[in-house]
Design a binder for this molecule. Structure first.
Ligand code: NIG
Ligand code: FE
Length: 399
């Protein structure tokens, strides 16, 4: 039996398609939308909904509908808590990659069910703030058994799973980092490939060198994984050219970027994955150069980078507000980066927009304008979240 949903009286429908509506977000005012069996079959003027569906339409009372947020960067396979580390940081202790090891110890000690329930709890939070697609990384196991089970459990939630065995060198290999790289490229990769779509490396001071990163990404690519990278979060490194040469789908963080790096990214298909929650929560000296990236023609994705160390938030609207306030992105650019940009960073064309044929993943906002996402920081504006045309979260109607 077909499952059809139809909406009328959408105050603003963001389609992310310039052909369908106004501006880069393709906004249709006073719109309607029809979805059948999980896919968008029609968008247009509210008054025409009845001629495109045979079910009773839901009246949206002027609310805004946008594509579901696409979170292309999360580290939610973990156990434990690092709130003390956060408090110490706010009192002046700088962030370093070394904190990851605290989470590795807690993750190794956790049961499968604890890891599963923690990830499920964070995904529920994501839905409540409008995220409908999520990528999930391993990277807190750092041995063959724990990386493999992290990815096996992550696959229960998404196809966009990422092998991040090269997050940092674990304590037991601290005197032999080359041996750990061998392990990642051989036995660990062997076990993790069946549960992974992507391969990622943290290429930075305190993590992996550019040479190690190239070796690990190349080994993963030879096994059919697609590359992405954590880069230039803590220092200005030399990895951008390599990331572009290997055709990484995204280079993420980019807190430090030279003019040459921006020009190199602009001539590539690599998306700049910006994660301003990390600059916020680590009190980084500055945010990434989003304005310069966009002006140079680089595609940008936004993500909360949910992890227990540098950015313990799942909330995309918070990142939109930071992108606008701190990175000088326009509201339109930030909403586009949180939806279409995330999809591009995952090389997906089925999500991140609401053209005909798109997966019917969308968010209904209790707001008269999508600008409210940045204008009302911290306010839970999501009225309901829909995935494959089914409501997966609602806070219900206010009296
Ligand atoms: O994206 N940069 C590397 N990994 C995480 C931080 C992990 C942690 O501190 O636990 C990040 O910021
Ligand atoms: Fe990250």
């Amino acid at each position: 039996m077909t499952h059809t949903v139809a909406f009328t009286n959408i105050g603003q429908l963001v389609t992310n398609n310039e052909q369908l509506g106004e501006g880069m977000l393709g906004v249709i005012e006073n719109a309607g939308l029809v979805a059948v069996d999980g896919a968008v079959t029609w968008v247009g003027d509210s008054k025409d909904v009845a001629s495109h569906s045979d079910v009773a339409a839901v009246d949206m009372h002027g609310r805004v509908v946008i594509p579901g947020f696409v979170d292309s960067h999360s580290h939610i396979m973990f156990a434990g808590d690092r709130s003390q580390e956060f408090a110490a940081r706010m009192a002046g202790i700088p962030y370093s990659a070394g904190g990851i090891k605290t989470t590795v110890n807690a993750t190794r000690a956790a049961s499968d069910d604890e890891l599963r329930q923690n990830a499920a709890r964070l995904i529920a939070e994501m839905r409540e703030s409008g995220t409908t697609t999520v990528e999930i990384k391993s990277g807190y196991g750092l041995d063959v058994a724990n990386e493999t089970r992290s990815l096996r459990i992550a696959r229960e939630f998404t196809q966009d799973t990422t092998f991040l065995g090269a997050h940092v060198v674990p304590a037991e290999f601290s005197n032999a980092p080359d041996d750990y790289v061998d392990l990642v490229c051989e036995a660990m990769l062997d076990e993790c490939v069946p549960y992974s779509t992507w391969i990622d490396v943290f290429c930075d001071t305190g993590a992996f060198t550019t040479e190690h990163t190239r070796r690990i990404l190349t080994a993963g690519m030879a096994r059919g994984l697609k590359p992405r990278i954590h880069l230039n979060q803590l220092t200005q490194g030399d990895g951008i050219a390599m990331a572009v040469e290997l055709d990484c789908a995204s280079a993420d963080h980019l807190t430090y970027l030279s003019d040459d790096d921006i020009a190199t990214l602009a001539s590539s298909n690599t998306v700049a994955g910006l994660v301003p929650g990390a600059e916020f929560s680590t009190r980084a000296p500055h945010y990434p150069r989003a304005r310069d990236l966009i002006d140079a023609g680089v595609s940008v994705a936004l993500s909360p980078d949910c992890n227990p160390g540098s950015s313990y938030t799942t909330n995309m609207p918070f990142c939109i507000a930071l992108a606008v306030r701190e990175m000088h992105m326009t509201v339109d650019e930030a909403v586009f980066a949180a939806t279409h940009g995330g999809a591009q960073a995952l090389r997906r064309t089925d999500v991140g927009h609401l053209r005909i044929g798109a997966q019917a993943d969308f968010v209904v906002l209790d707001a008269p304008h999508y600008i409210h996402l940045a204008y009302r920081p911290g306010v839970p504006l999501v009225h309901s979240t829909w995935q494959h045309a089914r409501m997966t979260f609602t806070k219900g109607d206010r009296a």
